[in-house]
Design a protein. Structure first.
Length: 227
């Protein structure tokens, strides 16, 4: 059954809110507190090798380091941050980092690094590097999901993945993010919105605003969700 225009627009707005992310000077500002330094959007991830994920948890110098430690009582703080490699094309959801390990490592550093071993069982295709972030901003709780496209290169995949795999979630997923990252509020720097790659997709562009700058946010939907 074809959805009504109102239903479709509601779906589009919900997905954009769930997966909003912005590229500023090579850094990916999530719709929460995290700022992703690496890997870059559309980066190749080679099976059998290591991809390093680097995340600035200082809010570009605005946030005290103690605010990244789970259980802290800062008014603006991280509660949890997990990463998954997800593809609606290959029907795979693989854990990159879960639990508190990412936020608690490298104490004293404003950038957290995580080395992800790209298993040879992961088939080639289009994937999302997906960040699930629970946080508080000015004592208000939020849950944001940020996904951006990467590509897995694998000419000789091995057996089906069994370790670290998870059920593939419906798209889009529910979340309760802030209107935008607090680190870009009141700024007029040039930004570039990023789409999410979901395999077989259709693209919907929705205008948003950063102060006086209007940008167009493009969200890629699995075609099955639109039919």
């Amino acid at each position: 059954m074809q959805p009504t225009l109102l239903t479709a627009l509601t779906l589009f707005a919900s997905a954009f809110s769930t997966h909003a992310q912005t590229l500023v000077n090579g850094q990916i500002f999530t719709n929460g507190l995290a700022i992703i330094d690496a890997p870059a959007p559309n980066s190749p991830m080679h099976a059998g090798s290591v991809t390093q994920v680097a995340i600035d948890i200082s809010g570009d110098g605005h946030l005290d380091q103690s605010a990244s430690v789970p259980g802290n009582d800062k008014s603006t703080r991280f509660d949890s941050l997990e990463i998954y490699l997800v593809s609606y094309q290959t029907k795979l959801n693989v854990t990159v980092s879960s639990g508190p390990d990412l936020l608690t490592r490298e104490q004293g550093s404003t950038v957290k690094h995580w080395d992800f071993n790209v298993s040879t069982c992961i088939p080639a295709g289009s994937y999302n590097l997906t960040f699930y972030e629970a946080s508080h901003i000015n004592d208000q709780p939020y849950f944001s999901i940020t996904a951006y496209p990467v590509t897995v290169m694998n000419g000789q995949p091995t057996d089906v993945c069994t370790n670290g795999t998870n059920a593939l979630q419906d798209f889009p997923q529910l979340s309760s993010p802030p209107p935008q990252t607090p680190w870009l509020e009141g700024t007029s720097i040039a930004t570039q919105p990023l789409p999410s790659a979901t395999g077989n997709t259709a693209t919907v562009c929705i205008p948003t605003s950063v102060e006086l700058l209007t940008v167009m946010g493009c969200v890629l939907f699995p075609l099955a969700q639109l039919l």
